[in-house]
Design a protein around this ligand. Structure first.
Ligand SMILES: [Zn+2]
Length: 458
């Protein structure tokens, strides 16, 4: 056990609780208690929280004031009442953000946050400290399922923190290292020439786990495997976050780091939503959020097992409640229970972002996974990126696998794209690598046009 980890757990955290009234560990204990109760009890607890949030929102938040009279006479359960409230798109929220702020709240006393905006305008929103601490608690609970504790040393493979000057960046790194026991490695610095230096840094720090974007971890894993290198230290796990984790990525990451890959599902504007358990299933933190899945066009609710647009209602953000917030991801809920013994409900699948969903000439939706699956089954390409600029206009970037490239694979790939999307025009270019987006993520499928004619799904 590391001394620093011990001090963080047993000295620093109790001090933060005493001096700064940090409640993360208190919330962690609440979440731990809840995971051992029965699923019907969990539903009841969630219903009570949702009722409190709705009561607060209709009486104190201008955007929901028109529902106040209806709420007063309503006899339906809160989850049914919630369905009367329109789905909140990011675009609508961005235009009317001020109406979602609780009356009488001073925004300067709150924690301002915003999404990275890698695929559009950033969304700005406010939280209070308590909501952030509840997200933190959810993350620690998920990590605890894999034997990882508060204070355990962690190497983060991350995009550079936004908007920091040199002095702030130094301060940030210092805080990460000494107060949180985390070493930050930038996803931008992961290149082949510096691989041995990066691995030496990781070895010297001796992390209990790694934490980073799926694509960045995957890239690092591929570089290591190509050279036959390993980290050479036992890891409790490699936590993948912020992007969908694909099966081929999971395999390579597991192989390179000789450790299980743990999937964290969350979003800057949605909190920590779900975590993978040791049985490999994704459990949603129903104590923190209420989830719905609806058809992305009609907004009608879908059954468990059916993929659709995820709507998130954060049960504790009372300073700026966003009810039925459409996060931009395609997921399916599940009605099954897990054999691991954790009562939190399951997500059946997390298919990725709505932006990764393409539209065919006949109006059918095709998920970016489809193209990924085809390319992965060919040996000719190391990686690729497909962009739908307009429904009929596609560009395709390909990175060749030098020794295995066969020109016939390009035609097979084009045929597969056309069989899914119809007679589209595809401009093919060959590149040496696919650059990450501004936030350091690597995206292989991007749709730039609206999903339906004239109606953008944001
Ligand atoms: Zn489980």
């Amino acid at each position: 056990m590391s001394v620093k980890g011990f001090l963080i757990r047993h000295v620093q955290w109790p001090l933060m609780e005493r001096l700064k009234e940090n409640r993360t560990r208190h919330y962690l204990r609440e979440l731990q208690d809840a995971q051992d109760t029965s699923p019907p009890q969990l539903i009841e607890r969630q219903r009570e929280k949702l009722k409190r949030l709705l009561r607060h929102a209709v009486h104190n938040v201008p955007a929901y004031a028109s529902f106040a009279a209806e709420w007063e006479v309503s006899r339906v359960p809160p989850e049914h009442f919630l369905q009367r409230i329109p789905v909140l798109s990011k675009a609508h929220f961005r235009r009317h953000a001020n109406e979602y702020l609780t009356k009488g709240i001073d925004p300067t006393k709150l924690i301002g946050n915003r999404t990275g905006g890698s695929t559009g305008e950033p969304t700005r929103f406010y939280l209070d400290r308590r909501a952030v601490e509840r997200y933190e608690a959810a993350r620690w609970l998920g990590l605890s399922w894999h034997g990882i504790q508060i204070g355990d040393p962690c190497v983060m493979i991350w995009g550079s923190p936004l908007e920091l000057n040199q002095h702030q960046a130094r301060q940030y790194r210092w805080k990460e290292r000494w107060l949180k026991n985390r070493l930050l490695l930038s996803a931008y610095e992961l290149d082949e020439r510096r691989l041995d230096t990066q691995l030496a840094l990781i070895r010297r720090f001796r992390p209990a786990y790694l934490y980073g974007y799926a694509s960045a971890l995957y890239m690092l894993a591929e570089m290591m495997l190509a050279r036959g290198w390993t980290v050479g230290i036992p890891l409790k796990g490699v936590v993948s976050t912020a992007e969908s984790l694909h099966e081929h990525q999971r395999k390579k990451i597991t192989e390179a780091f000789e450790a299980p890959v743990i999937n964290e599902y969350g979003a800057r504007d949605g909190g920590i939503i779900a975590y993978q358990c040791p049985r490999g299933r994704m459990h949603a933190f129903s104590e923190n959020c209420y989830l719905e899945v609806v058809d992305p066009i009609t907004n009608l609710p879908l059954y468990p097992g059916e993929s659709g647009a995820l709507l998130v209602t954060d049960l504790h953000n009372t300073v700026m409640p966003r009810l039925r917030y459409q996060l931009g991801d395609v997921v399916a809920l599940s009605s099954q229970t897990c054999s691991c013994g954790i009562s939190y409900p399951l997500l059946e699948t997390i298919d990725g972002r709505e932006d990764d969903m393409f539209i065919s000439q006949s109006g059918k939706y095709v998920h970016g996974h489809y193209f990924n699956h085809i390319v992965r089954n060919m040996e000719s390409f190391r990686t690729f990126q497909i962009i739908q600029h307009e429904p009929q206009y596609i560009s395709l970037k390909l990175v060749k696998e030098p020794d295995r490239f066969q020109p016939a694979d390009v035609n097979r790939l084009l045929a597969a794209i056309r069989s899914a999307l119809g007679e589209v025009s595809v401009q093919v270019t060959y590149v040496d690598q696919i650059a990450p987006t501004g936030s350091g993520k690597f995206r292989y499928a991007i749709r730039e046009c609206p999903l339906t004619s004239g109606q953008a799904l944001e």
